[in-house]
Design a protein around this ligand. Structure first.
Ligand code: MG
Length: 500
């Protein structure tokens, strides 16, 4: 068995090398590449993707996995090897079930759809994008049907991002969130608004960059195994546990954007940097799911980065860097300003109290289309209606409404709920941290993050993708993904800020 496991790991190692090379090409495309390189880069990535797919779905891998089936049961079920076999088998069964014609058609449709979406958004012309979106939904339905029987047509799509999670679970979680978040938002709207105008003025770009670097260094981002660059949209990528990179985008007239995105991406990156090196070059060398990943970035960005103890430590330094902008702004005013709640049209700019509502709009529409209760052509109207119901605002046009996100054009249906679930998980974990490290806020006030980061490493990071998200959350917190802690958190935090 030892010998065969070595054989399997050798193949998985090569697949992982190819995938990491693809990630590097993608990083380069977003950070360095001149526009002229785009076509050739597309071919390079497609060729490597196909190589990785062929290697991973080979008969040899299938045969090895079959042979392991009986032997795997003798292993400790929580051991790295047992989990590796389980995750690899799961992924193998998935990938081999999808015919290559469907993979190719999906790649072709989404690559054209991406341009169509960009143009439609620029021209505020949903009708020109609708035929592509219809095709994408049809292809996703065909994909889901490969995994029939399922409880819900959305299950196989969701499963690609959140292994093991069911649509019924997500809908139950969201229905509890919806009523309470809509209610909270109404209460906040009835109170006097806080001031954040001091954030919206010119801030020196280099100083913004330097301050972000200073803060994430203290948080524990390891620069010997990372770097930061500029890109149009901030992201985190990695080519190994020891090479995890982030990017940021600096807005000269709005200081909060680059800072919080830097902290957010560093949260993702510290997760990847904390994965056990024993999992290197295997399918386990990554986060447990997108939601668990987002729980890490959101925790650093919001629970820590938008907290009062955090700014008790960092605000004097920020003020020193920007005396003209912040000299007359006291800590309390600053804290309230960075936590301002305001229903807005664009998801990526939404605050903590409204963010999940944006996600709900998308989730409910995706499901309605997949269930054939809603036609693609009617999406703009349905979108606007939900925005009115949940956020109390109506988009003035589709560019700022149904066309705002790139996800659907790339075929990522089932992706959005992961953002909201990440918020929920972050607070569930935070409640455990408060129990295990009772003086964590005092530590943060002193700018000390070591014990906190060690806790995250021990409970979450080092396991990589060994556990499915629900299992991991249950192991650490004692319950599955649960909206109650997040709702409590919002009530307490905004109760204080808005005197509810
Ligand atoms: Mg993120």
């Amino acid at each position: 068995m030892e010998e065969k496991l070595k054989q399997l790991k050798a193949i998985l190692g090569e697949v992982s090398d190819i995938n990491n090379a693809i990630a590097l090409l993608d990083w380069d495309q977003q950070v360095n590449m001149p526009p002229g390189g785009v076509e050739a880069r597309g071919y390079q990535i497609a060729t490597l993707s196909n190589l990785a797919h062929v290697k991973f779905t080979s008969d040899e891998v299938g045969k090895l996995l079959d042979e392991f089936q009986p032997l795997a049961e003798q292993l400790d079920p929580d051991s790295d090897d047992a989990r590796l076999l389980r995750v690899t088998k799961r992924e193998y069964d998935k990938q081999t079930r999808v015919p290559s014609e469907l993979v190719i058609e999906f790649a072709q449709v989404t690559s054209v759809a991406h341009n169509a979406w960009q143009e439609a958004r620029e021209k505020n012309d949903f009708a020109s994008f609708a035929p592509y979106l219809e095709k994408i939904f049809a292809l996703r339905r065909r994909y889901a049907d490969l995994f029939a029987p399922y409880d819900h047509v959305y299950d196989p799509l969701l499963d690609d991002f959140e292994p093991g999670l069911k649509t019924a679970d997500v809908l139950a979680i969201f229905s509890e969130l919806r009523t309470q978040q809509v209610e909270l938002l109404k209460e906040i709207a009835s109170r006097p608004q806080v001031d954040d105008s001091f954030l919206r003025q010119p801030y020196d770009e280099q100083k913004q960059w330097d301050f972000g670097v200073e803060v994430i260094s203290k948080m524990g981002y390891d620069w010997k195994r990372g770097r930061q660059d500029h890109s149009a949209h901030p992201f985190t990528t990695n080519f190994d546990i020891d090479d995890v990179r982030i990017t940021t985008r600096i807005l000269p007239d709005y200081a909060a954007s680059a800072f919080f995105s830097t902290v957010h991406e560093a949260g993702h990156a510290m997760y990847e940097q904390g994965i056990s090196k024993a999992l290197r070059r295997t399918p386990l060398a990554g986060g447990a799911s997108l939601a668990v990943h987002e729980s890490q970035s959101r925790m650093w960005e919001n629970l820590i980065g938008r907290s009062l103890p955090f700014w008790e430590h960092f605000y004097p330094r920020l003020r020193e860097l920007f005396p003209a902008q912040l000299g007359n702004v006291d800590l309390q005013t600053f804290y309230k300003g960075i936590n301002k709640v305001e229903p807005s049209l664009i998801r990526t700019e939404a605050d903590e109290a409204t963010y999940n509502l944006h996600v709900m709009v998308r989730l409910e529409l995706e499901i309605a289309v997949l269930e054939n209760r809603l036609q693609v052509k009617d999406l703009p109207e349905a979108w606007n209606e939900k925005m009115r119901d949940y956020l109390g605002i109506t988009p003035p046009n589709d560019s700022e409404g149904v066309l705002q996100d790139v996800h659907w054009s790339g075929g990522s249906i089932g992706y959005f709920p992961t953002y909201a679930l990440g918020n929920l998980i972050s607070v569930q974990l935070w409640e455990c941290i408060l129990q295990d490290i009772p003086d964590v806020n005092a530590q943060i006030r002193r700018g000390e993050f070591g014990e906190l980061l060690n806790w995250l490493r021990e409970k979450i990071h080092r396991h990589g993708a060994k556990f499915e998200p629900q299992e991991l959350v249950q192991r650490v917190t004692g319950t599955k993904i649960d909206p109650a802690p997040y709702l409590r958190y919002l009530r307490t935090k905004y109760g204080e800020i808005y005197n509810l």
